[in-house]
Design a protein around this ligand. Sequence first.
Ligand code: A4P
Ligand code: MG
Length: 169
Amino acid sequence: VRVVFALGSNLGDRLGHLQAAVEALGAVAVSPVVETAPVGGPEQDDYLNAVALADLADGSDALAVAHAAEAARGRAREVRWGPRTLDVDVLTVTTTGVDVRSDDPRLTLPHPRAHERAFVLVPWVALDPDAVLPGRGRAADLLAALPPGDRGGVRRRDDLVLRLPSGPP
Ligand code: A4P
Ligand code: MG
């Protein structure tokens, strides 16, 4: 089961939190890091965002894996869309080539806001130019359709690099 995760941090050691998530998820691929203006919520600092791919034995574990990664970095849930050490969202789950769809409010798939978020689409397209958000279309096309102001809030930070966890020896 292939899972695409979106990572975000705007509190404390932002790159360290993203790197911890990449390791906790056992990522097999990770995007460049982008620095992004906050979208929604209270006034808050800029985020680092990235997208990571992981392979899980069971797609229904995706949310628990995301929440465990957040908890390991001291994620507190106070304000919706408020500042956070680490946010791990599930963008898509694909089981043997079939995209999982879910209306469950605990795990909505594909992620219901990914298509309108440059901070998700820019790193995802950089990682996988052919990425598709099921029911919405190609991530690259969704990105091109966003208002230029949204895309302008996202800057590549190629000086910040996330490393994949080392495989078995
Ligand atoms: N949930 C449902 N579907 C999913 C899914 N596909 N992935 C539920 C993850 N969670 C999902 O999430 C709230 C609830 O959504 C959870 O109980 C989960 O079961 P949360 O992480 O507790 O709270 P949140 O992240 O504050 O809320 P939400 O609605 O997930 O926020 P978003 O939409 O993720 O937005 N600006 C920039 N620049 N960069 C960011 O990363 N992130 C947000 C958070 C706002 N602005 C941002 C960024
Ligand atoms: Mg979230």
